[in-house]
Design a protein around this ligand. Structure first.
Ligand code: PMP
Length: 391
């Protein structure tokens, strides 16, 4: 099968593997072992990786905490703020279309007595479907709001929220802003100053790096950003996240970030062209396709490699079974053992049927125009076949 599921995860770029290899067999010291050369070497690798990642997102090296990925980063950011002395209050603002790695921790805090406002973005059928309006955040903030959490780019419909505007509002109101930038870092220019975020999550395996390593940006020069650790132990990473550092992962993350930035302009252009080829090709051969998320032509509204659409009048499960030659995601988010209809598509107003008969393409670095043409063919043939069956 041809891989088109790059929002779920990506192939590790061979150049990233190359950069990581020496850390397994040569520079394998524990970066905390400062008493000898092995430890010092490993520590230098960590520091230089931290510096290069920080430089790309406009941060300082000491503002990056390494984690096991974005799920942990989100949990750490949310829990680290909410578990502190509740000086300001017990209210949090977020969006219905956030990833479960934000929604589920917040639900846990809700059980602990926090009040969560979940804002609803623009509904399907509008040009900017799925996008939050920054003014909604302004209206939702109250004197007791402790945290706002809004993602930068959505993992299902690719919509890019106006986080820079939201950041300005949060700053004006003196509220901390966490941003899940997992799908954005590596695909878009991301700068913590321009965005005005205080905490920001990212993950290597979404940008052609290895799984099990990610980061959390934690703004330093802010009196209220003092995170309560979630993991205690040897006191690594200023005590925020103890545990021996994952040096291979950290080196891989830094190389993945570096490569993505170096190739970003050219690559996003290429991905947008491939996506256009896919969407035009599909529409030439299939009737009754509905684009999910913002219109493709609106500049800056959507990740370049993302396409998500519903196929009218086919059964979602049957559709998935008939497109096995390509690896795509269905509108049933397989976030757990039992596939549930995507909460994101439901939140922008799709019916359960249309949600189930939706397909998500994540076009990535290793996809080609030939592969896109095959995908058009596979999907068109599947839809034809299924519609003939019911006709
Ligand atoms: N947030 C978003 C927006 C994501 O797309 C993902 C991955 N599906 C995560 C968080 C979780 O990331 P990780 O797999 O690194 O824990």
């Amino acid at each position: 099968p041809i891989y088109f599921d790059n929002h779920a995860t990506t192939q590790v770029d061979p150049r990233v593997v190359e950069a990581m290899l020496p850390t397994f067999t040569q520079t394998y010291g524990n970066p905390s072992s400062v008493g000898h050369l092995f430890g010092e070497e490993a520590n230098q690798l960590v520091e230089s990786s931290q510096q290069s990642i920080a430089a790309v997102i406009g941060a300082e090296a000491s503002e990056i905490v390494f984690t096991s990925g974005a799920t942990e980063s989100n949990n750490l950011a949310i829990g680290g703020i909410l578990s502190q002395r509740r000086r300001r209050g017990n209210h949090v603002v977020t969006v219905t279309t956030e990833h479960k790695a934000v929604l589920d921790p917040l639900e846990q805090w809700e059980h602990q007595g926090f009040e969560i406002t979940r804002l609803s973005p623009r509904q399907a059928g509008q040009p900017l479907a799925g996008m939050l309006d920054a003014e909604q955040v302004r209206e939702a903030i109250r004197p007791d709001t402790a945290l706002v959490s809004v993602m930068l780019a959505n993992n299902e419909i690719g919509v890019i929220h106006p986080v820079a505007e939201i950041g300005k509002i949060c700053k004006e109101q003196g509220v901390l802003l966490h941003c899940d930038a997992t799908q954005a870092v590596g695909n878009l220019p991301v700068d913590v100053e321009r965005l005005g975020v205080d905490l920001m999550s990212f993950s290597a395996h979404k940008m052609y790096g290895p799984k099990g390593i990610g980061g959390l940006y934690v703004r330093k020069r802010h009196p209220r950003v003092r995170l309560q650790p979630a993991i205690f132990g040897g006191g690594q990473q200023r005590g925020i996240r103890s545990g021996t550092l994952n040096v291979p992962g950290i080196v891989g993350l830094a190389e993945a970030v570096r490569l993505s930035l170096a190739e970003m302009d050219r690559e996003s252009q290429r991905l947008a062209e491939l996506r256009q080829r896919l969407w035009s090709g599909l529409n030439e051969r299939i009737t009754g396709l509905q684009l999910n998320g913002p219109e493709l032509a609106v500049a800056g509204a959507r990740l370049a490699g993302n396409l998500n659409f519903a196929v009218e009048k086919v059964d979602g499960e049957a559709l998935m079974m008939n497109v096995r030659e390509i690896a795509v995601s269905s509108g049933s988010a397989c976030t757990s053992a039992n596939p549930q209809p995507s909460h994101v598509l439901r939140a922008i107003g799709l019916s359960e049927d249309l949600t189930r008969s939706s397909l998500r393409f994540g076009i990535g670095r290793f996809n080609t125009a030939e592969e896109v043409d095959i995908a058009v063919d596979v999907v068109s043939r599947a839809v034809d076949k299924l519609r003939k069956l019911i006709a």
